[in-house]
Design a protein around this ligand. Structure first.
Ligand code: 5GP
Ligand code: 5GP
Ligand code: 5GP
Length: 207
């Protein structure tokens, strides 16, 4: 029985901006080609209200792509891997399942886990929300507060922004964290935010 590992308080749903992954280090496009100029899923991560989190909850459970074969075209589009060398994305999804997904639900159902993340991605069109507020991935610098306000206005909830640095050392929008209840379907206000620094003005690079 895996009772202890199934308890968590909420999920972070984390999306990455590919332009900021790729201008801060070497990146490689997956075998399916250059991803769209859009946010991609990084992961759906069980978390505790005190900021800590469970990981690798079921060492027996391996990622099995055949269990998500009906999701293939959606997941390839919405959850591309930018790590090198180029891959078919399976290593990324497998890593996320083993580290985070196995802590996420009572029956440890891989199909539900990936379907939940894809549904959240559809529900939260971050790029559209930002562009509606005049925030575009064009290499310009935007106020961190304006980015957060735009997402709050467009989704109803306050995000956490993680920044990284481009080759010249400029702080830029790397990942967006939104909080989701344990059912995996409803956004909530985050019980606790991650740590890490952004400048008060950050770049939104193109991709
Ligand atoms: P980093 O050290 O780059 O911030 O995070 C490395 C990895 O640790 C993340 O990709 C994620 O798998 C995990 N991680 C980092 N921070 C958190 C967190 O606040 N909650 C959870 N659930 N996982 C995290
Ligand atoms: P986490 O930081 O979630 O624990 O781990 C991310 C792992 O997935 C790293 O080993 C990283 O190399 C791999 N990975 C593969 N593709 C990607 C990607 O597109 N973005 C990020 N952040 N990690 C990726
Ligand atoms: P405040 O609570 O005044 O909004 O922010 C307190 C500190 O946290 C400030 O230094 C601010 O730059 C930082 N901060 C606020 N929101 C975010 C965010 O979404 N991401 C990051 N990395 N820092 C933030």
């Amino acid at each position: 029985v895996l009772c202890a590992s199934q308890q968590f308080d909420f999920f972070y749903f984390v999306q990455q901006w590919p332009g900021s992954y790729c201008d801060s280090k070497e990146c490689c496009y997956p075998n399916t080609g250059k991803p769209a100029s859009d946010f991609g899923i990084h992961g759906l991560w069980p978390n505790y209200n005190d900021g800590s989190y469970p990981s690798n909850c079921d060492p027996q459970s391996q990622f099995d792509p055949s269990k998500i074969s009906d999701l293939t075209s959606r997941i390839q589009k919405e959850w591309p891997s930018l790590a090198c060398p180029s891959s078919d994305n399976l290593d990324f999804w497998s890593h996320e399942w083993v580290k985070h997904g196995t802590c996420s639900m009572s029956d440890l159902d891989q199909h539900d886990y990936f379907a939940m993340a894809l549904n959240l991605k559809e529900q939260i069109d971050l790029l559209q929300v930002l562009e509606k507020s005049g925030i575009h991935p064009n290499g310009e610098v935007y106020d961190l507060g304006s980015i957060k306000d735009a997402i709050k206005e467009g989704t109803g909830y306050t995000p956490w922004i993680e920044c990284n640095r481009d080759e010249s050392g400029n702080s830029q929008l790397y990942q967006v964290y939104m909080c989701v209840d344990t059912s995996g379907s409803n956004l909530i206000e985050c019980p606790v935010f991650p740590h890490g620094k952004c400048s008060s003005s950050i770049e939104f690079p193109s991709f």
